[in-house]
Design a protein around this ligand. Sequence first.
Ligand code: ZN
Length: 494
Amino acid sequence: MTNPLKKRQTTLIDIAFSFVIFSLIIAGVFLVFTSGKNEASSNSDDKNSFSPTPTTIDTIDSNYPGIKIVTETSNDSFAPFAIQYPQSLHIEFNEAVSSYISKTKNDYIQTMKEYEEKKGKLHGELNISFETLLHHSGNYSFVIVTNNFTGGAKSFNEIYSFHLNPETGENLLINDVLEHDLEKLEKLAERVKNELVNDVDIKEYLLTDKMNTELLPKWDNFSNFALTNEDIFFYFEQYKFTTGAAGIPIIKIPLEKINPIIADNFKAKEITQTPEGTEDKINQDHDKKIVNSKNNEQTSNLAGDSEKQVPPVKPVALTFDDGPHPEVTRQILDILKKHEAKATFFMLGSRVEYYPDIAKEVQEAGHELGNHSWNHPDLTKVSDERMHNEINNTSIIIEQATGQKATVFRPPYGAANDTVRQQTDLPVILWDVDTLDWQHRDPTQLLTIVKNHTKEGSNILMHDIHQATADALDNVLTYLKSEGYTFVTVSELE
Ligand code: ZN
């Protein structure tokens, strides 16, 4: 008797229990569904997140006559991008560049969209920047550098070159440089392979057999090149004949070493304006303009003031990374000025190059200038040479643009090891309050994080490239002042 009863009770309990679980599941599913819906409808940014339409497009004149720089940026929280490319007065060139750029951009957006559908959202990042090289033949080489990170461990980097004679609109081909002569191409191919085999950064990652098949003397195999008055550069695809750690294989050959195989027009000249010389001249002219506009009086007054200053009470350092940005940085400068607050700006060399005037405005407003590398790579994962260039070129361009040296260094992602530290004499500065402004892009959340984490001596990390950060700043400063905090630069805090 007891047994069946017990069994029956157990069954009833089981049924009741199952019902409760079932109800909980239904409720759970309902909650997930509705909260998901709310999120989608409340965050209109997300709706647009995978639209190929960028948030902003900006066109400015470059230092090179006839060349404009187009900047497309999207502050999407999952698939942001920052893209810069050249445009000229010549349609064919413009279309070739634009279609290359839009293919890369659309592939990236498409990949991020597929991630969203399959596995939920991942954070990606696409950065495209370019360098302009001049040759005495009148040809420009535009070297477009793509860093494409689509979440997880997936990243893809590429260098791709375009050529233009700005007078004629003609595209320069490697065939022209070698007088359309196949024998000369064979000699060039041998020379390039020889350089690869002996390159200290590449040789240990080189797959020699693959290299030999990929670098047969065909014009297409050597079409990705750039010319200066002194050197010719060749760029190759990542992973094509090297293992991952080699990065993008780049070979530089002094023109004088291959004078016999190149057309007269392109030969190295005995005494010539070097490309650096030419660029320096342009940069010097540019500098003069900057130096002339520099308000020396203001600078010395500021220095005088800081000597007299008594130690500040409850100091905190506000820091802004990844700029300058043509709109957001200016808004931030205005708000800082309103609150008479000094901050530190850790700038990217690549952005200072495009927005030297904004960098200058930061300096003129009396803020501290920081170096944040040229292109924002994880410096612990790049070659020593690249690391050196990332840091040094940034210090150089900051000084060129502002007339003042960067005094502090912050490695991208806060990633620093001994090798990184040895590359610079500047103090390496991290942070203790991470506002996560790049992630949430929400002024209210930014303020909450500051409220919850700031203490005397805090170093607060923000980014002067996001509109939400500028939107939050007034309230952040008002709050911090009300709590008795004062604002100092990073060096004053240390
Ligand atoms: Zn950064």
